[in-house]
Write a protein that binds this ligand. Structure first.
Ligand SMILES: CC(=O)N[C@H]1[C@@H](OP(=O)(O)OP(=O)(O)OC[C@H]2O[C@@H](n3ccc(=O)[nH]c3=O)[C@H](O)[C@@H]2O)O[C@H](CO)[C@@H](O)[C@@H]1O
Ligand SMILES: C=C(OP(=O)(O)O)C(=O)O
Length: 436
């Protein structure tokens, strides 16, 4: 277990270049399995989860070449599908959440796909029903080995397009079904589809490979299956969750930071939501400029004067992956805010660490926490903590950077899952952080 030691209380200053988006990269990497031609991908983030998925692809027989920083080519012309039934795959496939998305492309192209129960954050129940119900609707047979927690779908006669109304707008579920449907016979309609920028990017990539998809960006996708897909070049968008993390870090450490080339048009409600906490976010071309909040920031109230409430929702709502960061930033705001994490039932438990540091938070129930901001009248106190999940991890890191004294964060592998060279990049803008 690796550890960060952080000397808090320093104002930071400088420019940050956001990494490529983790959750988009995981979808895009799985899509390389859909063709025997070469796929070139730019802006792949160098993070643990993505590297684990690249290893799985390599073990599946995908020919992978690193062409430059963040740029790779992939060729899936001679796959070793026996790997899917190996003990090694049972280990490796369960190491991250994103691995679940190899099932759709394998089912679409080869008529079978298998996966052990995938890993990822332990932030509440993370069902896979949407994925498998979608595959079954397309004509696949489903089996599940309870003892081994191993899932399988097979469609020896191929998949057939159909209409489906998803029970929930699952991000990875929609991606999986879209990839399978791209090679199914006939037309598939997916209603209540997730439409995060990750999915819009996946659909655009598939179209450039020869897929026929209408409704990109909406919750109704119409996919007309084709016989085969070809190669393409795709560039991953900047990571909107990382961008939100930098906004929170800048405000809470009273730092002046410019986040470069953020792709503003793909940030949805992220700037608006941070502004609800009173944070100044200026648009400069495609950059975000955050001035040093020397006098703090004040939570806005609703028109009727009622207490501010920030909650998550499927896109174009506010992403659940930034609520932990909003929560930590609120601990130093002027005013109070109710944080409502609707999707995941154990993502707010990390607040006990913040309470330990002196933050005023009432955990109302597993989904809701009220934060009463300090308005910087009292600094958080340094402490020793363990990072429970990726976003709680970065939130604790932000808390430690703003706190008085030296904090220690264990289990930082959680942060490394989704943040590229976080300590190196923080040091460049003046943070005192050491990896032990
Ligand atoms: C690798 C990856 O891409 N991971 C992301 C993906 O996970 P993932 O695709 O696993 O998440 P899902 O979209 O399937 O669902 C997330 C959770 O939200 C609940 N749910 C979902 C949709 C809905 O309309 N109502 C509802 O309650 C689900 O029951 C589940 O508990 O999407 C999540 C939701 O944005 C993000 O937190 C994860 O970072
Ligand atoms: C929950 C997340 O990731 P994963 O789905 O990979 O666990 C996240 O990125 O915040």
């Amino acid at each position: 277990m690796a550890t960060f030691q952080i000397e808090g209380g320093q104002a930071l200053k400088g420019e940050i270049q956001p990494q490529g988006a983790k959750n988009e990269a995981l979808q895009i990497l799985c899509a390389v399995l859909l063709t025997n031609e070469t796929v070139k991908i730019n802006n792949i983030p160098d993070i643990r989860d993505v590297n684990k998925l690249i290893d799985i692809l390599s073990n599946l027989g995908v020919k992978i070449q690193k062409l430059g920083n963040g740029t790779y080519s992939f060729k899936s012309d001679e796959l070793n599908l026996d790997y899917l039934e190996s003990e090694q795959f049972k280990q490796e496939g369960s190491g991250l959440r994103g691995s679940i998305m190899i099932v759709g492309p394998l089912l679409g192209r080869f008529g079978r796909g298998y996966i052990p129960r995938p890993g990822g954050d332990k932030i509440g129940r993370r069902r896979l029903d949407t994925h498998f119900e979608g595959f079954i609707k397309l004509g696949a047979e489903f089996r599940y080995n309870k003892e081994e927690r191993f899932y399988g779908v097979e469609a020896p006669k191929g998949l057939k397009g159909t209409f489906m109304l998803l029970e929930e707008a699952s991000v990875t579920g929609t991606a999986n079904i879209v990839m399978a449907a791209a090679l199914a016979e006939g037309e598939t309609t997916i209603y209540n589809a997730a439409c995060e920028p990750y999915l819009q990017q996946l659909c655009k990539m598939l179209v450039s490979m020869g897929a026929k998809i209408d409704g990109i960006g909406s919750n109704m996708l119409k996919i007309t299956g084709v016989k085969e897909l070809g190669g393409c070049t795709h560039t991953i968008l900047p990571d909107m969750v990382e961008i939100g993390s930098w906004i929170g870090l800048a405000a809470m450490t009273k730092s002046e930071i410019t986040i470069k080339n953020v792709s503003w048009d793909n940030l949805g409600l992220i700037p608006t939501t941070f502004r609800k906490l009173g944070i100044t976010i200026e648009r400069k071309g495609d950059d975000i400029y955050i001035p040093a909040h020397k006098n703090g920031y004040e939570v806005q109230s609703f028109i009727d004067g009622s207490i501010m409430n920030i909650s998550d929702a499927p896109w174009p709502g506010f992403t659940p992956d930034l609520l932990s960061i909003i929560l930590v930033v609120a601990t130093q705001a002027k005013g109070s805010v109710l944080i409502h994490q609707k999707m995941f039932e154990s993502r707010l438990f990390f607040v006990d660490k913040l309470i330990d540091m002196g933050a005023k938070i009432i955990l109302c129930d597993p989904h809701r926490a009220t934060v009463i901001g300090h308005n910087f009248e009292s600094q958080l106190k340094a402490t020793t903590m363990t990072s429970p999940d990726i976003r709680a991890g970065i939130s604790l890191l932000i808390a430690a950077l703003s706190a008085k004294g030296t904090s220690t964060i264990h289990n930082i592998e959680q942060i490394d899952r989704g943040y590229e060279d976080i300590d190196g990049r923080l040091k460049k803008i003046g943070a005192k952080i050491t990896r032990l």
